[in-house]
Design a protein around this ligand. Structure first.
Ligand SMILES: [Zn+2]
Ligand SMILES: [Zn+2]
Length: 206
């Protein structure tokens, strides 16, 4: 059996329990099509099924509070995603001491990430958040979108590294694995899937 143990949990900088109720809330801007939203929901569910994990994905649409959060960090049609994640982590909706409920969040926008004309998304396990930046025609390219959603969802679910960044003895390196920066395919290699399984086993959810 290959040794994944030492890699699992190594990327976690601080305690995070956004997953406590296994609930993720989904928000999108009005110019995001429902077909796009469906791909996001489908692909996240497929990844969870692949590792045997159950998350409830709740669609909230263009809820005013989320639009205000996005607007607060948008300048020149670009989103300051670091500030955005800080705002989302600290929001009252997640604060159980004042009636909120811990959860993860996914946001879909058509704006660009700050100083990054290329990337279509970013994600953080510790913050329990994905921001999809589907600028241009990208939301209509469903092949690319599925690869992107799987990739960012894998980051959200705890794999902070890319496939080429953590060789593990006993696993064949697959350069077509979805967990490369350039999204070469929609398939996740056994090493990366086993990482997620080991991760959630550590957290007592598998
Ligand atoms: Zn991989
Ligand atoms: Zn990545």
């Amino acid at each position: 059996m290959p040794k994944l143990e030492s890699w699992v949990m190594a990327g976690i900088r601080r305690q995070s329990t956004w997953w406590k109720h296994q609930e993720i809330r989904l928000f999108w801007e009005p110019d995001i099509h429902l077909a796009t939203v469906r791909v996001v929901i489908d692909e996240l569910n497929l990844l969870c099924q692949a590792i045997g994990l159950q998350f409830k994905l709740i669609p909230f649409g263009s809820h005013q509070s989320a639009m205000i959060q996005l607007k607060a960090v948008t300048h020149d049609n670009q989103i300051d995603y670091n500030r955005f994640f800080d705002i989302v982590v600290a929001e009252d909706w997640r604060n159980e001491s004042i009636g909120g409920r811990e959860h993860g969040d996914i946001f879909i926008t058509t704006k660009h990430l700050l100083d990054d004309p290329v990337s279509l998304g970013c994600a953080s396990y510790t913050d329990g958040c994905i921001l999809f930046a589907l600028h241009g025609q990208s939301q209509h390219n469903h092949t690319l979108l599925r690869r992107l959603v799987r990739h960012e969802a894998t980051h959200l679910l705890g794999l902070g590294l890319h496939c080429n960044e953590f060789p593990v003895q006993g696993y064949h390196y697959n350069d077509r694995c979805n967990m490369h920066y350039h999204l070469p395919s929609g398939e996740t290699c056994p090493k990366c899937l086993d990482y997620l399984r080991a991760f959630w086993t550590h957290l007592g959810r598998l």
